[in-house]
Design a protein around this ligand. Structure first.
Ligand SMILES: [Zn+2]
Length: 286
């Protein structure tokens, strides 16, 4: 299990899924990320692109932030028992909660949960199925729900999005465990939210600072390290493809100038590194 120490804070990665995402003409997660283009970035291999077939590797994981006064889960993956179109309407059944327990994080010990945005792979373990009902997975936690993103998805009317809210967000409100947060909210002296809109209107990232050390959890401000070299590459899941490249450029420039530990929410292992300048843009040094 990967973990990082940032001053007095420990961040631990618990993986739900790691998947290869091969490029194809008709279906590509990043349409510009052809095998030929990926091969011009040898630093992506072997961690972030699979050498055998140039498939991009994506990880779905939660980041557990153990800070003074707050045990915070950042993003809750896809969850069990939820048939989703991204999974061909198959539901997952993974030992994710056992892996959290193995990391020293039983569900009862979680004090706060924050979702960087309300997409299907960031809210799943907010709830679990018990006797046919969706109940909060973390019964003692405050769930910090981004006000802007919640308003956006609640008003959007798309049946799939509303289903995700119904089984993974509304039960949290019904249980009285939800608190709205603003995009730049300070959670504790060590943890604050950073607005990174574009992927979704209310998308946030998480900054951790302790004892002069700093780490940054990206959320889906970028999905794959190749977007450090090509910040303009947008997956079709970016809601505002004009805004998300600008957000990526500004956060990459800041990450490089501060030399902070850059932790990717969908980056395959080793998942974190330093952002360094590479030509006009950047790459990840692991
Ligand atoms: Zn995602």
């Amino acid at each position: 299990m990967l973990s990082w120490k940032v001053g007095e804070v420990t961040i631990t990665r618990v993986v739900e899924l790691e998947v290869p995402v091969p490029w194809s003409e008709e279906h590509a997660f990043l349409k510009e990320a052809t095998p030929e283009t990926l091969r011009t970035m040898p630093w992506l291999y072997p961690h972030f692109v699979r050498p055998e077939d140039d498939a991009m590797l994506l990880s779905f994981h939660a980041l557990l932030v153990d800070a003074p006064g707050m045990r915070l889960v950042v993003d809750t993956c896809i969850g069990n028992d939820k048939p989703r179109k991204e999974l061909g309407m198959q539901a997952l059944s993974t030992p994710f909660l056992d892996h959290m327990r193995d990391a020293g994080w039983p569900p009862e010990s979680v004090q706060a949960v924050v979702c960087t945005h309300l997409h299907v792979d960031h809210v799943g373990w907010n709830t679990r199925l018990e006797d046919g009902k969706w109940v909060p997975t973390f019964p003692n936690a405050r769930y910090l729900i981004g006000r802007v993103d919640h308003a956006h998805w609640s008003g959007n009317g798309d049946e799939t999005d509303l289903q995700i809210l119904a089984d993974s967000v509304q039960p949290i409100f019904d249980a009285g465990l939800a608190d709205y947060v603003e995009m730049d909210q300070v959670l504790t002296p060590e943890i604050r939210l950073v607005p990174t809109p574009g992927h979704t209107p209310g998308h946030i990232s998480v900054m951790i600072e302790s004892k002069g050390e700093t780490a940054f959890i990206t959320g889906d401000a970028l999905h794959h390290p190749s977007q450090m070299a090509y910040p303009d590459w947008c997956p079709s899941v970016d809601v505002d493809p004009a805004l998300s490249p600008a957000t990526r450029r500004s956060l990459l420039a800041e990450a490089e100038s501060k030399g902070l530990l850059f932790i990717g929410t969908h980056f395959a292992g080793p998942t974190a590194g330093r952002v360094v300048k590479d030509g006009a843009n950047w790459r990840l040094e692991v």
